[in-house]
Design a protein around this ligand. Structure first.
Ligand code: F6R
Length: 616
């Protein structure tokens, strides 16, 4: 949440920062601002709303400096106003700061600083930190060897509780930038005669692919030509420079209207990338390079525990189903946000997994730390290389689907489902799954991209259905077994991008309460694949129909429903059980997308949301 970018170099800072903010906008879009150093002072422009609004303001003035910072905000402390937008200046005007995170003790900081005659123009926690830096700068003596600017930021941070990714500029130190992180992501991009600090790679990829991923507790000082990293305790850090493997085009919409649309249609390719090189030579099991766990260790595991948030948790729930079915090993799933506080008793031989597209979700990171603190090995399923979760986990599996920018997760979700299915195969083959069953399973997984391509062909038909249902205020999504989590995911997708109230249930649970909601105004989306409980699902549909509820049925090829039972029919290819959740996700993604379009919603930037949830 919140995107931050700082630039020091030889080019004009403002256009580059604005471009970076647009790429970071998915992290928060309540307001945006820039501070550029020029002619010995800071020019600060801030505007509520999208980066495009800020861009209009910037166009009215001449911002020529080559050193500046910018921010796109997801509000935590203080409403969405121009004053609360970042960057913040210290009341003596010497410092400009951008911040992502929450300074939990800001109230006591503020009280102290008010007593020292510092003033505040905003309601934010971030401004308190900015003034505290100014306070240390004015007050603390430094030795001739110390950089006063860097020292004052470091001293202020020693008093800061909570989370932060910050970039700071100082009027007395033009061309120098100080940044630090604790709990909020930050990277340093190393350019040619320029250095850039940003929340994530998408903001810098146009200039450089060489990055240093900063760790919690580190502080970086940089100019256009050099940088140094230490810990807050002043220990030297030798940086590892990593190469980013994707490019600018991957982070652009191309011919698509929205990132979500692009990412939905990219799924066949994304799935191919997720499984590339990950099957054994005899095509009977999966291989994962980075698990750092021997087959003997895996064999000794008696229980798996999965923690995640939102869509990623739905992928864990499908994985639970598949591991229990194919590897006959118990699995437990939990909301990362609950697990981190509920002090759950865990079995001794438990292997812990966290799943996170961004690798920065603070609750998932906290669950990982909690499990490690309890002495468990934690593996991560994650898309963003070098993310906090990837670095803190003991091993894991990268998704390799490229940047996911649409706030509503789509390609990352189906890739997580695929990895879950591959894990079930991997563990299953270590237990009771035969060679032949393994080969059939691998063949099925390899067919997933084509089956998804086929399901995507339904897009024009689903668009027509969307037109007929977009006006509804409520909708239910009903599925059973491995498709129950897909029902949850369908409901989540719909509500987050179209603001229609939607709920997901196991179809048979309807009679235990939710059926009271059914009327001609509340449609139900049913998953009705072939299989032994199809008749039970049909009975649930009949119960809805008897109460005048419209039924949108997603069936697999070959399924025949009683005449007139479904008002709308979406047919997806029949497939192996391990692939079904992936294929069944496509129609609900498309339905949500097209309904949101019909309702004129901002699909890629739904209200109140942000892509990467780095605050609690
Ligand atoms: C919904 C969505 C969110 C995320 C959740 C976890 O479309 O994207 O529910 O799945 O915030 O995010 P990651 O996977 O980055 O940990």
């Amino acid at each position: 949440m919140c995107g931050i970018i700082g630039y020091v170099g030889k080019q004009k800072a403002a256009p580059f920062i604005l471009e970076g903010l647009k790429r970071l906008e998915y992290r928060g879009y309540d307001s945006a601002g820039v501070a550029i150093f020029q002619n010995g002072s800071f020019s600060v422009l801030k505007k509520i709303g999208r980066v495009a609004n800020l861009e209009l303001e910037v166009a009215k003035v001449n911002l020529g400096g080559t050193y500046g910072i910018g921010h796109t905000r997801w509000a935590t402390h203080g409403g969405v106003t121009d004053f609360n937008a970042h960057p913040h200046l210290s009341s003596d005007g010497k410092f400009a700061l951008i911040h992502n995170g929450v300074i939990e003790n800001y109230a006591s900081m503020k009280k102290y600083l008010l007593g020292k005659e510092y003033t505040f123009a905003s309601e934010t926690d971030s401004e308190a930190l900015c003034n505290l830096i100014a306070y240390h700068y004015a007050k603390e003596p430094v030795t001739p060897q110390q950089n006063r600017f860097l020292t004052s930021v470091r001293k202020a941070l020693l008093h800061a509780e909570g989370t932060y990714g910050i970039v700071v500029m100082c009027l007395d130190h033009p061309g120098e930038m100080v940044a630090a992180r604790k709990g909020s992501p930050l990277i340093l991009g190393l350019g040619d005669g320029e250095n850039i600090i940003a929340s994530d790679v998408s903001a810098i990829i146009a200039r450089t692919q060489s990055v240093v991923y900063l760790n919690d507790g580190e502080i970086v000082y940089c100019t256009a030509k050099e940088f140094q990293i230490t810990t807050l305790a002043l220990e030297a850090v030798s940086p590892t420079v990593a190469k980013v493997t994707w490019n600018v085009a991957d982070a652009e919409k191309g011919a698509y209207a929205h990132f979500m649309e692009k990412e939905i249609f990219e799924q066949p390719l994304a799935l191919e990338n997720t499984m590339r090189g990950r099957f054994s030579g005899d095509a009977s099991t999966a291989n994962f390079g980075g698990l750092n766990t021997t087959p003997i260790e895996f064999r000794g595991i008696e229980r798996f525990m999965f923690c995640a948030c939102g869509t990623a948790l739905h992928a864990c729930m499908v994985t639970e189903h598949l591991i229990e079915q194919y590897a006959r090993t118990p699995v437990e799933c939990d909301y990362a946000s609950e697990f981190r506080y509920r002090n759950a008793p865990l079995f001794r031989n438990t292997l812990f997994f966290v799943m996170s597209q961004s690798g920065e979700t603070i609750d998932t990171l906290a669950a990982l730390r909690e499990a490690k603190r309890k002495g468990y090995k934690v593996l991560a399923i994650n898309n963003v290389v070098g993310s906090s979760i990837a670095r803190e986990a003991d091993g894991g599996i990268y998704q390799h689907v490229g940047p996911e920018i649409g706030v509503a997760s789509t390609k990352a979700f189906t890739s997580q489902l695929l990895i879950g299915a591959m894990l079930a195969l991997y563990i299953g083959r270590m237990r009771d799954m035969s060679f032949g069953e393994g080969v059939r399973y691998v063949t099925a997984l390899k067919s997933a991209p084509n089956l998804v391509r086929k399901a995507l062909e339904q897009a024009p038909h689903i668009r027509e259905i969307a037109k007929r249902y977009a006006h509804h205020a409520d909708m239910l999504f009903l599925g059973r077994m491995s498709l129950f989590p897909i029902a949850l995911e369908g409901a989540l997708k719909l509500k987050e991008i179209s603001y229609i109230h939607a709920e997901g249930y196991p179809a048979a649970e309807m009679k235990h309460g939710p059926i009271a909601l059914i009327s001609e105004h509340c449609p139900s989306v049913f998953f009705a694949p072939r299989g032994e409980i199809l008749n039970k699902i049909i009975s649930s549909m009949q119960e809805i129909k008897a109460r005048k509820g419209p039924v949108i049925a997603i069936i697999t090829e070959g399924v025949e429903l009683p005449e007139g039972l479904a008002d709308e029919l979406i047919v997806i290819p029949d497939c192996h059980d391990a692939v079904l959740p992936i294929v069944a996700s496509i129609p609900v993604q498309l339905l949500s997308y097209y309904i949101a379009i019909e309702r004129g919603c901002d699909v890629d930037k739904p209200r109140n949301l942000a892509k990467s949830v780095t605050v609690e």
